[in-house]
Design a protein around this ligand. Structure first.
Ligand code: BGC
Length: 816
């Protein structure tokens, strides 16, 4: 242990005190020993340092910082160096704001397009997500600030995120849900990991020894600090034993006392605590030193943000990430000297980031309407055309149509609003609001030359796609996104983004639809490996836009593939007339059908710039991930001896070159009996019967529904009050659902959402964990008595415990 001497000087109470926050964002300091506290702040695409009122839902404003495009956007660039540069700027801003730990990047898999937080995550593919995240982490940590990769792991729905139990088989866990973390952690080397709120196969992730010890610490050799997600601690001692050092935010000493008690009673070996303290101290001292050094030396210590420079960096990031999805008849780039009607509320007020803890207070914000004239666009006027939050408005629609009639080209800005894509909530559907769809249909009647600019952070359905000739997807492109989009529209920038997720034709086509989200106790990942392109490709389900798809104003030709055991070499030629960037994708498929697998999986990629007419040789090496699969019999990564198809493509469904390679295997026993897993062997995994899923799991899936006969406990959610024994709890539940309904009815969707985000799905223990000591666990016991039908007994208990808490607090005050 590095800090043994220092730890020897600490009292048990002091050691325990370091294991949880001092307040909402800071860790505990110990002045007499020179241990400073650290400041932790969101977030993944910009710093959200709250100087005053603190919250984890992005409600109160933070110090201005550059709002870069969100991860879902930057993933479309497929440019790891760009990720590293963004990380570099984030790290610089964090250091300038004296933030020790930056809570990002978030790298959960997009199992289902409706997960409310997909805008914050990179991809449906673990390889792409892992590589991008590793880039961010390297960049952030260049400044000595710690990155904090989150949410570890299998946190793929927002509904009931603090208590849902994810049931997933080991191979799927390793190949699909942990590979991105593995790459991010082993290659990016973050100093901090954030555990997720949910359970994994019955155990909260931060208490899950398999996840936290066998995999994270032993296999990946992670020696940094694990921090809980805010309020995500369940059993503090079990978490500590699993190696979860830091609990956030503060519990006003309540869980510290539990730790002290556990050591005294022998439940917790003090040496385990010492090791946790040691790792935490390492984080505290290294980040503190970096922040102190940041003030010294050349080129460092700029406490003033280079606002303009970072704004430009955000613009470049957006430019490389924008995806051109449709360009019928070459309607783009916008021809000059054409009359353009600009329509859509999003042109006036850009939609550029999502809602929740990642919300950034931007230093500047580009708006399309204010920039039009700088781009020489001959705009004949602007009309909003629709109301942002979905209300129908006939007069807005007719005014927009009247304007469109007079134009050569209609530039239509559409997308999802800020309330729809939010932390804590999943989206109800993949549709754009009806009023926008109706507007597009009406515009199409009067002028078919429509170019749509889409702003949203996740896949949507586009049954209206035939009504637009051009479609640019800006995703959530950050504070400089509006300008970046105009540069692409006018051809100053040749678009080069490609989708990091599939766009299915309709939600019903998605493989997890019948098991998303988990509504009560658990969510079963029945589709196993088969989500995203792995599913559509193997099950032969048509999609609107495949994974890896994106157009350019030029064209690229692929030729001359040669493959050996180390990698694939080929040539790309820019066969069009404009300079541009291409993203070449390397997929590997196994010819043997001994083990069920997707037809192809991404195993490498390269983005390169080519002048018009230029050719370049590209080499993509194979790495340790190229041929491996996780064998549940040997409990290890293995390679099957077989022929492998090495495919090079412009998208997952546009393979341009293919070669065969024989690979020697590791000789492991085959793990499955194919006859028992027909859905997985066929890849038609959208409706896997329970028995087959259980065969894959290797044990019976736990009961997925609430046991309504049992009293409610710490881990039951407030939503479960609907069947509580206590009349008061049932009344409170109905009052809450009525308030939600009413707020929505009167158009206050954002406030209505808050009820869902912060109350409805919260487990009872969250009341104690998130109130910074105002409510403690004994008081919670009183509340639960009320909930479970003992109203007066519970109330007495609650008041008694409250009094005790107040007395201890005032005693503590007197002592200090
Ligand atoms: C989110 C985390 C975030 C934390 C602190 C939680 O609700 O899940 O991603 O870092 O709050 O704001």
């Amino acid at each position: 242990m590095k800090y043994r001497d220092l730890i020897n000087k600490m009292t048990l109470e002091e050691k325990a005190s370091l294991m949880s926050g001092k307040d909402f964002w800071q860790t505990q300091n110990i002045e007499r020993l020179g241990i400073p506290s650290m400041f932790l702040a969101d977030g993944p695409h910009g710093i959200r340092k709250q100087a005053e009122a603190a919250d984890h839902l992005g409600l109160n404003p933070s110090i201005p910082a550059t709002c870069f495009p969100t991860a879902a956007t930057v993933a479309n660039s497929w440019n790891v160096e760009l990720g590293e540069q963004i990380g570099h700027h984030l790290g610089q801003e964090a250091a300038a704001q004296k933030v020790h730990v930056l809570l990002g990047p978030g790298i959960n898999m997009k199992r289902d397009p409706l997960c409310g937080r997909n805008f914050e995550y990179f991809s449906e593919d673990p390889y792409l997500a892992g590589k991008m995240a590793a880039g961010y982490i390297r960049g952030i940590q260049e400044h000595g600030v710690s990155a904090c990769v989150k949410h570890f792991a299998v946190n793929n729905q927002e509904e009931r995120r603090m208590s849902i139990d994810t049931i997933v088989d080991e191979r799927t866990l390793r190949e699909m849900y942990l590979t991105a973390f593995e790459i991010a952690i082993t290659e990016g080397k973050p100093q901090t990991v954030m555990s997720s709120y949910n359970k994994l196969n019955g155990t909260y992730t931060n208490e899950n020894l398999h996840l936290m010890q066998d995999i994270l610490r032993k296999e990946w050799e992670f020696d940094g600090v694990v921090v809980t997600d805010w309020g995500g601690s369940n059993d503090r001692i079990a978490g500590l034993i699993a190696g979860n050092e830091l609990e956030m935010p503060t519990t006003a000493g309540e869980t510290n006392a539990e730790i002290v008690q556990a050591v005294k009673s022998g439940k917790l070996d003090e040496e385990v605590l010492n090791q946790c303290v040691d790792r935490l101290l390492q984080l505290v001292f290294t980040t503190e030193k970096a922040l102190a050094d940041n003030g010294k030396g050349k080129g460092k210590g700029k406490t003033e943000l280079p606002i303009e420079q970072h704004h430009s960096a955000a613009q470049v990031a957006a430019e490389e990430s924008i995806v051109l999805l449709k360009n019928e008849g070459g309607i783009l780039p916008l021809p000059s000297a054409r009359k353009v009607a600009v329509i859509g509320d999003f042109a006036k007020e850009a939609r550029y980031q999502g809602a929740g803890s990642s919300v950034v207070n931007p230093t500047k914000l580009d708006q399309t309407l204010q920039l039009l004239e700088h781009f020489g666009i001959d705009s004949i006027g602007y009309e909003p055309g629709f109301e942002r939050y979905g209300k129908r408005n006939r007069s807005k629609l007719s005014r927009a149509c009247a304007l469109a009639k007079q134009a050569d080209i209609v530039l239509l800005y559409i997308g999802l609003d800020e309330v729809t894509e939010a932390e804590g909530l999943d989206r109800p559907s993949m549709r754009l609001p009806d009023n926008q769809v109706a507007l597009l249909a009406a515009l199409h009647e009067v002028n078919p030359n429509i170019v749509a600019v889409l702003s949203c952070g996740a896949a949507i359905e586009m049954p209206w796609i035939h009504q637009v000739k051009g479609l640019i997807h800006g995703y959530l492109s950050g504070q400089a996104g509006a300008k970046a989009i105009l540069r692409v529209l006018t051809g100053q920038v040749n678009p080069s983004g490609k989708l990091a997720e599939t766009y299915p034709l309709r939600y019903e086509d998605t493989p997890a639809a019948s098991h998303f989200p988990g509504k009560e106790v658990s969510v079963e990942y029945r589709e196993s490996l088969f989500f995203g392109y792995r599913y559509y490709d193997k099950a032969r389900v048509d999609v609107l836009y495949p994974f890896g798809y994106g157009l350019s104003y030029t064209s690229f030709a692929y030729s001359g593939l040669s493959v050996d055991s180390t990698g694939a070499m080929f040539t790309i030629t820019n066969s069009g007339s404009m300079d541009g960037m291409e993203i070449a994708q390397l997929y590997v498929g196994c010819a043997s059908d001994n083990i069920f697998r997707p037809n192809k999986e991404l195993k490498g990629f390269k983005k390169l710039f080519l002048r018009a007419g230029e050719s370049k040789e590209v080499y993509i090496p194979f790495d340790d991930k190229a041929f491996r699969y996780f064998n549940i019999k040997t409990n290890r990564w293995e390679v099957e001896e077989a022929d492998y198809a090495i495919m090079v493509g412009a998208s997952s469904m546009d393979i341009r070159l293919e070669a065969n390679l024989h690979v020697n295997g590791s000789g492991a026993l085959l793990p499955y009996e194919p006859a028992k897993l027909p859905s997985y062997y066929s890849g038609k995994a959208s409706n896997v019967p329970q028995a087959e899923f259980e065969h894959l799991l290797g044990y019976p899936a736990p009961n997925a529904t609430w046991d309504r006969t049992q009293p409610l406990g710490y881990n039951d959610t407030i939503a479960q009050c609907q069947y509580a024994k206590g009349w008061f709890a049932r009344f409170a539940f109905h009052a809450m659902t009525f308030a939600h309904w009413f707020l929505q009815k009167i158009g206050k969707r954002s406030t209505a959402n808050l009820i869902m985000m912060s109350v409805y799905h919260m487990p009872f223990r969250g009341i104690a964990r998130m109130t910074g000591g105002i409510v403690n666990m004994p008081m919670l016991d009183g509340m639960l008595m009320i909930v479970n039908g003992s109203f007066f007994k519970g109330l007495r208990h609650l008041l008694r415990e409250r009094k005790k808490l107040m007395q201890t607090a005032s005693l503590d005050k007197e002592i200090t």
